[in-house]
Design a binder for this molecule. Structure first.
Ligand code: CUA
Length: 143
């Protein structure tokens, strides 16, 4: 291998390292849903108040509704959202929030979202799940 080839290989190597580093640094990991292990599947929908501004919502999706239907929380709350399904695959999207989860039987998805502005946030199913898919919704009331 001559010196020129060696220099080219070194430059390519450095370029690859810089590129991988750039991709890792620039990836936004702030709102990536987590998968909770299979053993931790819950059956009952509930809302848990951990603190005055810290809540957990355990959603159960089924044809064709979400439980709980409406949740009331104060402005500024941080909410852990858990989601599972009793039957087919459903979706959960919160309007005006960057939340997009999939509800799957036997598994739990989780994300965390903060509600800084008062309002009624619609929660809708965005995965076709049968004849009343369009009517499958819930709401989070922040005031
Ligand atoms: Cu549930 Cu569409």
């Amino acid at each position: 291998m001559d010196k020129f080839e060696l220099k080219v290989l070194q430059l390519v190597g450095i370029a690859i390292v810089v590129m991988i580093f750039g991709v890792l640094v620039s990836t936004d990991k702030s709102n990536v849903p987590e998968c909770v292990p299979y053993g931790d599947v819950y059956k009952e929908a509930k809302v848990v108040e951990l603190d005055s501004n810290l809540y957990q919502i355990f959603y159960v999706a089924s044809m064709w509704n979400f439980e709980p239907y409406d949740v009331f929380i104060p402005v500024g709350s941080e909410v852990d959202i858990y989601l599972t399904s009793k039957d087919v695959v459903h979706g959960l999207l919160i309007a005006d929030k960057n939340v997009n989860l999939m509800a799957t039987y036997g598994a739990v998805n989780k994300t965390t979202v903060k509600f800084d502005k008062p309002g009624i946030y619609d929660v809708v199913c965005h995965e076709y799940c049968g004849s009343s898919h369009h009517a499958m919704k819930a709401q989070i009331v922040v005031n």
